[in-house]
Design a protein around this ligand. Structure first.
Ligand code: FPP
Length: 257
């Protein structure tokens, strides 16, 4: 069983600072094209933004940060760009793992890693193990990840674990521990840069009650100040989880007594 509340089964506790932030880092290609640079230069620059956001989340006490680095649909990109992203992923892991461990950041990857080069798979496992005891922030990269893939693989693992299961016995509680983010609470805040307003097959199950923030800022330009704009916006949201505003107000009154 997962230790976290499902937003559809019970009302989770909402905190002023989001406990879990999930980000779609979009706009690297456009950032580079605007500067007459190759698209991949935008990805290199985007890595700098990842560093800034990880460090700021760690500093202000966000517990989980999950970023979408490569979707199951990104294999459709030109092979040179896919190859570049893979090299960047491996190089950045090699360069950052010690720094993450020193800063008490636990690293993890969600997604189907089987299609990745063995060197990447080994580095991912090494990095996860090296940072496994860290408690400050859990930084997760979604790589070859898709929300539909996640629900399907969870369903398959659930059936494998309970072979005599009848359809009517399938419940959220039974399925949830098999989802790839079972180790984390559901995201409180979703951020997408680059101007598009869609969730693009990211954490479909987990985003059920997440606040969705969209900004036109291109990912390489997303920095600490932009992150705080998203947090300020989040702090103004009324998180009702299906309840009415009046119910929230009366609960706030009784909490205050
Ligand atoms: C979307 O921008 C970005 C990606 C598909 C890749 C994200 C990768 C990084 C931020 C690089 C470093 C990160 C890690 C974790 C190694 P896009 O290329 O779709 O931009 P566009 O919409 O302007 O074309």
């Amino acid at each position: 069983m997962t230790k976290y509340t499902s937003s559809t089964l019970a009302v989770p506790e909402a905190s002023a600072i989001p406990r879990h932030v999930a980000i779609i880092m979009d706009g690297n290609g456009r950032w580079a094209s605007k500067r007459l640079m190759p698209r991949v230069a935008g990805h290199s620059e985007g890595l700098g933004a990842v560093r800034k956001v990880v460090e700021e989340c760690r500093r202000i006490g966000v517990e989980y940060l999950t970023v979408f680095a490569f979707s199951s649909e990104n294999w459709r990109r030109p092979p040179e760009e896919v190859g570049f992203l893979m090299k960047l992923f491996l190089k950045s892991l090699k360069g950052e793992v010690s720094r993450m461990a020193e800063n008490d950041i636990a690293f993890s990857v969600i997604g189907d890693l089987s299609r990745f080069d063995p060197a990447i798979q080994e580095m991912v496992h090494f990095s996860e193990q090296k940072t496994a005891a860290c408690k400050g922030l859990t930084f997760t990269i979604a790589a070859n990840y898709g929300g539909r893939w996640d629900i399907l693989q969870a369903m398959r693992r659930c059936i494998a674990a309970n072979p005599n299961l009848k359809p009517e016995q399938v419940t959220e509680e039974l399925l949830q521990p098999h989802l790839s983010m079972a180790f984390a609470p559901e995201p409180d805040l979703f951020i997408r840069t680059g101007g598009e307003q869609r969730t693009s097959n990211f954490l479909l199950w987990q985003l059920a009650y997440t606040e969705l923030y969209f900004t036109d800022v291109l990912w390489p330009d997303f920095d600490e100040a932009e992150l705080h704009k998203a947090f300020d916006w989040y702090s103004q949201r009324e998180r009702r989880f299906g309840r009415t505003s009046a119910q929230l107000a009366s609960q706030a009154m009784s909490d205050a007594v």
